[in-house]
Design a protein. Structure first.
Length: 324
């Protein structure tokens, strides 16, 4: 199977790039072509996620490119091959590719079976020369494929870090990847009233009826809206309440006051406890009374979130490269 030869980088908002063929919209696999193998890293990112997942992948690509690592952001070819058990395609790719394999971050270890299938199939086709990095994740249980000396998993909260560490996974504690975009997200402190980023009822396995309400504008804003629209929607408001992690993090990067709510496992609660417990502009509540108490105590956020991310990610990345 031949390799793709022509790719262009296309600018997109807030600091990232995407790799596209200039003339053909179908994936390389659909054209019987392999991804380019002359890059330093392949970035694998499962489709079907929400706006927060896209922001995470944009941040992963930006982080790698800013460190001089040439990266091919998958067009879906590798992920589709993994889900289709196309061992010939994956075998041909990793027989010739010599670089690193990067998996985008998100809340998927032990939660979403398709993401596990992709990681398992891809890691299973890599060889001794390949090193794999899974960008910051939440986790409820280990995946067998991740217990591998060639695989490192970054965890974005202390609870997930403990779960994977105890299972034998090589791991480091690093904040959510989206925070790397803090220096390019437009700042809009202040405003009036509140906005509630609220999950669609029964929309996914993480959604719960937490019983916390507020009479204010509300929508499942980060389910599918593009980042530009999310920012424009939140700009007029002073306070954002969210049971989606990235609804809260985007608002915090805009320097809004943010109150986070729980989901069906430890993701948001542990993330806040790990990184934001001392941030005066961010609170986590689980009950209506806690919400009412928090409303009177919120102050403007002060944390440089990109600096927080780099402070933990950069040494972890250096260690990963040394191991590679």
């Amino acid at each position: 199977m031949s390799q793709a030869e022509v790719h262009t980088q296309r600018e997109f908002p807030y600091g990232g790039t995407r790799t596209d063929s200039p003339a053909i919209r179908s994936t390389l696999r659909q054209q019987s072509l392999l991804p380019p193998t002359n890059v330093d890293a392949l970035l694998i990112w499962p489709r079907g996620g929400n706006s927060g997942d896209t922001l995470i992948t944009d941040a992963c690509e930006r982080y790698l490119r800013n460190r001089g690592i040439s990266t091919w952001r998958s067009d879906g070819s590798i992920e589709d091959a993994a889900l289709a058990d196309d061992t010939e395609y994956l075998g041909d790719l990793f027989a010739t590719f010599r670089g690193m394999v990067m998996f985008s971050g998100g809340g998927s270890v032990g939660i979403y079976p398709d993401n596990e299938m992709i990681r398992t199939a891809v890691i299973g086709h890599t060889g001794p020369r390949h090193r794999c990095l899974v960008f910051p994740q939440s986790a409820t249980q280990p995946e067998p494929a991740l217990v591998n000396e060639r695989v490192t998993v970054w965890c974005r909260d202390a609870t997930s870090h403990a779960i994977l560490s105890e299972s034998g996974v090589q791991t480091a504690l690093v904040p959510d990847m989206a925070l790397y975009m803090d220096d390019v997200i437009p700042k809009a402190p202040g405003g009036e009233a509140a906005y509630f980023v609220k999950r669609t009822p029964a929309g996914d396995v993480e959604t719960i009826d937490h019983g916390v309400t507020l009479d204010c504008a509300s929508a499942d804003l980060t389910l599918a809206q593009p980042l530009e629209m999310i920012i424009a929607t939140l700009k007029p408001f002073e306070l954002v309440i969210s049971d989606r992690l990235h609804g809260g993090l985007i608002a915090l990067m805009m320097r809004k006051k943010v109150i986070l709510l729980p989901v069906g496992y430890h993701k948001i609660k542990s993330f806040h406890a790990t990184w934001l417990k001392d941030e005066p502009g961010a609170a986590f509540v689980e009950t209506q009374q806690q919400l009412l108490d928090a409303l009177s105590n919120m102050r403007s956020p002060t944390t440089d979130l990109a600096a927080l991310f780099r402070r933990h990610a950069d040494p972890a990345f250096v260690q990963f490269l040394l191991n590679a």
